[in-house]
Design a protein around this ligand. Structure first.
Ligand SMILES: Cc1cc2nc3c(=O)[nH]c(=O)nc-3n(C[C@H](O)[C@H](O)[C@H](O)COP(=O)(O)O)c2cc1C
Ligand code: SF4
Length: 494
């Protein structure tokens, strides 16, 4: 994990001193007041945003482990619980949930029932639906040059010029010569894209119009998103969150780095076109009582990427199109990810933009707490300025009642999302609401959980193991490697 996102001096921050409400204060607070999200109403302005826990089956089905995970968040009774990024394509994608075929419906129905039951019907349940492009692991050097590199005349000529005619005698010699070069030489001999494929692993981009599957994305995606949303509705979800954030396909369409020349890239309206077409297709396919919102980036935090002024324009376009909520995130891109080890894939939360997405206590002067609120506030101002009252959801280092309430009272956001604090203590909303805030197990914001996500291991919180009383400990299911407890310690006062 990069330290301070912008490379400035690293400052280690303490957790802010918390201020917890009495039950009466919580009842009178804005945080625990209802909020309309288009056709649905959440009982409070509290929100657990999507977190991938790597607990689905290898075929993308809901498992008991998935039910346990969402059951424990539901027991904390947030106003809204968003289920992890769930794939809309019927392709193998490891232990990530999928909603790409009707065979996934029975499992998703069980998930809905579990959340209804564990939250006493108090939590609205959304499914985050995602499309992502192909990405491969970083190849072994020899294999890359022997098999994967598409050899061109440019390579042949460059090798001949630099190493002599014998080195370029035939393609096998050119490949062998390239494989023997160090990285500095390879930077000269390969195109930037070829070098990236070698050093980081191949990945598709929305600008790869020479690839038929990429060219056709605007034709294919509205239908895929609409079918996935219809399935979510059939399974009993209250709505969907269109994943337009981070390193994935739809965020790449919105990005200022999208230079497609087919009407779906370049200008701001052209970049917004597919996200709006996807929304229109979804809206047409689902009932009027079904909530459809989106998560997108307030700032991509990459060179040449979208900044807050673009995000404000996206927010206004989405609000005017009728999105039921706008959830603002930040960063989390492949573009600046760290080089993965050979055999591993690049992970979009390892570079400066990743740090901004899930900021830690090792930060810059500003620190991680409420770090991304100004982005949500700016989008909200722009949306209100355009005459729309679409609710805006803010996330990023929120971990305390006073902080959450102040954000709402200032009009910087309409809903407070907390991912890691909810993971550290899924009961924290209930503890605050009932005047038991002093019992909240506080997130350390050091990203042990994110490290597990990076390794595609079942996600837990480092505090869960620590806080289990010895007598309870054995009854709790363990991760596949037997090392981590997969459930948080129960809350006895609750
Ligand atoms: C383990 C883990 C998995 C995550 N998975 C997703 C995801 O599937 N979709 C998404 O939009 N954000 C995902 N996030 C980002 C969070 O939703 C949230 O935006 C981020 O952690 C910042 O909020 P926080 O400071 O409250 O944790 C994930 C975060 C963590 C820690
Ligand atoms: S593992 Fe660390 S950062 Fe993640 S939720 Fe737990 S305390 Fe917070």
């Amino acid at each position: 994990m990069a330290a301070a996102g912008d490379g400035s001096r690293v400052v280690r921050h303490e957790l802010p001193a918390p201020r917890w409400p009495t039950a009466a204060e919580a009842a009178a607070s804005k945080l625990f007041s209802p909020v309309g999200l288009g056709p649905i109403t959440a009982t409070s302005r509290t929100w657990v945003p999507a977190m991938v826990p790597w607990r689905a089956s290898d075929e993308g089905f809901v498992t008991d482990n998935v039910l346990d995970w969402y059951g424990c968040f539901a027991a904390g009774r947030p106003g809204v619980l968003v289920v992890e990024a769930t794939g809309i394509r019927d392709i193998p994608s490891g232990p990530l949930l999928r909603v790409s075929h009707d065979r996934f419906l029975p499992g998703l129905r069980r998930l809905v029932e579990t959340v209804r039951e564990r939250s006493g019907g108090q939590t609205r349940l959304l499914l985050q639906i995602i499309d992502f492009l192909a990405i491969r692991r970083r190849p072994e050097k020899d294999k890359f040059f022997a098999r994967f590199l598409n050899l061109t005349d440019q390579h042949r000529q460059q090798v001949a010029t630099r190493f002599g005619a014998a080195a370029a005698a035939d393609d096998a010699s050119v490949r062998a010569q390239l494989a023997a070069c160090d990285d500095d030489t390879l930077r000269d001999l390969l195109t930037p894209r070829e070098f990236r494929d070698y050093a980081f692993g191949y990945r598709e981009e929305v600008g790869d119009l020479h690839l038929p599957q990429i060219r056709e994305l605007p034709k294919v995606l509205p239908g895929l998103f609409a079918a996935a949303a219809a399935r979510a509705e059939a399974a009993g979800f209250d709505g969907v969150e269109l994943h337009y954030a981070h390193a994935y396909t739809m965020a790449s369409f919105l990005s200022a780095t999208n230079h497609r020349d087919d009407g779906y890239g370049g200008s701001l309206p052209a970049r917004q076109r597919l996200p709006l077409e996807v929304f229109a297709a979804v809206r047409e396919r689902v009932g009027s009582g079904f909530c459809v919102g989106a998560r997108f980036l307030g700032d991509e935090v990459i060179a040449g990427g979208s900044r807050i002024e673009h995000a404000c324009a996206h927010g206004v376009a989405f609000a005017q199109a009728g999105f039921d909520f706008l959830s603002i995130s930040k960063g989390g891109k492949f573009d600046d990810a760290k080089q993965p080890h050979v055999g591993e894939a690049a992970y979009p939360y390892t570079g400066p933009s990743g740090h901004e997405c899930m900021p830690t206590v090792r930060s810059d002067e500003r620190g991680p707490f409420g770090r991304n609120i100004p982005l949500a506030a700016a989008v909200r101002r722009a949306v209100r300025g355009a005459g729309c009252d679409t609710p805006v959801v803010a996330a990023g280092g929120i971990c305390d009642f006073a902080q959450a309430e102040a954000i709402l009272q200032a009009g910087d956001a309409d809903v407070i999302a907390a991912a890691r604090q909810s993971l550290a203590d899924p009961d924290w909303w209930q503890k605050m609401r009932s005047g038991h805030g002093a019992e909240v197990r506080r997130c350390k914001f050091t990203n042990y959980c994110e490290g597990l996500d990076q390794k595609h291991k079942e996600v837990t919180c480092q505090l869960w193991d620590r806080d289990f009383a010895a007598a309870d400990a054995d009854a709790v299911p363990r991760s596949r490697d037997g090392k981590r407890r997969l459930l948080p310690p129960p809350w006895r006062s609750g």
